[in-house]
Design a protein around this ligand. Structure first.
Ligand SMILES: Nc1nc2c(ncn2[C@@H]2O[C@H](COP(=O)(O)OP(=O)(O)OP(=O)(O)O)[C@@H](O)[C@H]2O)c(=O)[nH]1
Ligand SMILES: [Mg+2]
Length: 217
């Protein structure tokens, strides 16, 4: 058991060292970097498509999936550069996977880089990639109890985007409970409510990104 814990700790600290190198690289390019984490299908790529329409060549995306390049294809079609990592089974991205993709992007126009993590609510939150901000997504179809049942992401993230709010009339999702639970877990967590179908809440999300970019985080 002890050996198991030691190996896991070593793997994390090796990951942290590469994450620090990634962070230095991103700083040298003056890029704001987000690590976007949620369950499969919460709406990460849909939000990135909306961001690509808004930011165009100022946005670049590294997107992770177990397999296939669908998400990178969608983002490129919406107007931003995107490269795909296929993890072939691993349920989260590592700093090393991101480092290997850095050279495939051009950085002169990029102001915001989003790393779309593999769809998984738990595993990715423990791995630093070199990001400035961890962003969680939770769709209203997943249920309001998720923050308390799977707290790791919600305690570590700086922002939580509640997605698919156009579906609120059709599902039993208790926004008040989510807000109150998130506040108990993480008093600094900023909450956003968006729908990429109706565009509700997107302006507030863009304002948040713009203000963080201007702050030079
Ligand atoms: N009604 C509604 N559907 C949405 C919204 N955002 C995304 N969807 C739908 O949800 C499904 C999954 O969206 P994606 O953006 O692919 O989700 P994802 O988190 O990138 O999924 P993975 O990469 O597989 O983890 C798609 O069918 C989208 O059309 C929304 O705001 N409202
Ligand atoms: Mg996706």
């Amino acid at each position: 058991m002890n050996e198991k814990i030691n190996i896991a700790t070593k793997a994390l600290s090796a990951n942290d060292q590469i994450a620090a190198q990634n962070k230095d690289f991103f700083k040298s390019k003056h890029v704001l970097v987000l690590n976007m984490i949620s369950s499969p299908g919460s709406g990460k790529t849909s939000l990135l498509e909306a961001m690509a329409y808004q930011y165009g060549s100022s946005l670049a995306v590294i997107t992770g999936d177990i397999q296939m390049t669908y998400d990178a294809d969608r983002i490129r079609k919406a107007g931003s550069a995107a490269v795909q990592i296929e993890t072939h089974g691993t349920c989260h991205l590592t700093a090393s996977m991101v480092q290997q993709k850095i050279q495939e992007l051009t950085w002169d126009k990029t102001r915001i880089l989003v790393i779309e993590n593999v769809g998984n609510l738990v595993c990715p939150s423990g791995y630093q990639l070199g990001e400035d901000l961890k962003i969680g997504l939770l769709s209203v179809t997943e249920g309001s109890e998720k923050p308390m049942k799977y707290p790791s992401l919600f305690t570590r993230a700086q922002a939580l985007v509640i997605t698919k709010i156009d579906l609120l009339p059709y599902v039993d999702f208790n926004l008040d409970q989510v807000q109150s639970d998130c506040h108990k877990l993480n008093t600094h967590l900023q909450l956003f409510q968006i729908s990429t179908k109706t565009h509700q809440g997107l302006e507030a999300w863009f304002d948040f990104l713009n203000s963080h970019f201007l702050l030079g985080i």
